[in-house]
Design a protein around this ligand. Structure first.
Ligand code: AMP
Length: 296
């Protein structure tokens, strides 16, 4: 086996632009996968998917301060750059890693934010004020710097994916936004950079989330369409969590609340805490497999 070529990240915005300009001049398509690092197989699947659609893939690794609220885990968010670079080198596709500084992403005097309306007000919105504004702002900055024709986001962060799609449409960004299925552990837990914070007993209790999602998936697949019955199936196991931010069924496109009977494509979404770790997960009913069927 040939040893993977080490990746040297680009930290400078001008150098990044020069690299992607050159690729475009050479007629290459540029793909983009934004991440906050601490990469796992879920992230790598996004990169592999982008590599199928573009000749050059830019992967950003940036723990974006503006999407964390006061008291959230910005400081303790895992930063594992060397391991991340080694993993990306194994993907075996032409990957450029971009690791900008906060000062480059937010120049002195920075005073511009991008905010997406109603979609940011539901689900995680009320629990993480300013979070989606931080996400939309940093993603639009990255889109401007990278100039991709395709960008891949995980369905694990379904609300984020829908908000980015809305933003790209509304701001006339000529970028195809692709949602990639959630990768899970064999027992159903969605892979997440934050799972490493779960103590063993909490890791076990965290399965309540995928169990609830599997229950609502089973009920929906059996033909149940009553919102109250589906919501009850989703929530039943969630008493295992230390606290629950929400467990809801919403319109899969607009993310808005549903009436008494649900349609043929709806998202079931959960956010809750185990100890000091907040986990989110979802399944799009009518589209995704059951979370207990591993999508690896
Ligand atoms: P993050 O580094 O957590 O900001 O995530 C970067 C990208 O990876 C986002 O588009 C996430 O939705 C995606 N992602 C995170 N976890 C998973 C997963 N388990 N499966 C698929 N995509 C994921």
């Amino acid at each position: 086996m040939v040893a993977p070529v080490p990746i040297h990240p680009i930290t400078d915005t001008t150098a990044l632009r020069a690299r992607t300009d050159r690729a475009r001049q050479d007629g290459q398509r540029v793909g983009f996968v934004p991440t906050m690092g601490a990469l796992h197989e879920g992230h790598l699947a996004l990169v592999a998917h982008a590599a199928e659609r573009a000749e050059l893939v830019v992967v950003s690794i940036f723990v974006n301060p503006t999407q964390f609220g006061p008291g959230e885990d910005f400081e303790r968010y895992p930063r594992t750059l060397d391991a991340d670079l080694a993993r990306l080198a194994q993907v075996g596709a032409p990957v450029v890693v971009f690791t900008p500084s906060a000062r480059d992403m937010y120049p002195p005097g920075d005073d511009t934010r991008v905010s997406v309306g109603a979609m940011s007000q539901v689900l995680c919105g009320p629990h993480r004020p300013g979070h989606f504004e931080g996400v939309a702002t940093v993603v639009s900055k990255f889109f401007n710097l990278v100039g991709p024709c395709v960008a891949v986001f995980g369905k694990k962060d379904y609300q984020q994916l829908q908000i980015v799609r809305r933003m790209a449409l509304d701001l006339l960004m000529p970028i195809e936004v692709i949602g990639h299925p959630t990768l899970r552990e064999a027992d159903g837990l969605a892979k997440s950079s934050r799972n490493r914070f779960l103590a063993p007993a909490d890791r076990q209790r965290a399965l309540a989330i995928s169990t609830g999602l599997a229950a609502v998936h089973a009920a929906f697949s059996a033909g149940e369409r009553r919102l109250a019955v589906l919501t009850a199936a989703l929530r039943a196991p969630l008493s295992q969590l230390d606290s629950l931010d929400y467990a809801l069924l919403s319109d899969a496109d607009s993310l808005q609340p549903l009436d008494e009977r649900v349609g043929e494509r709806v998202v079931a979404a959960v956010a809750g805490r185990l100890g000091s770790t907040r986990l989110i997960d979802n399944v799009v009913l009518g589209e995704d497999p059951s979370p207990h069927v591993s999508s690896r």
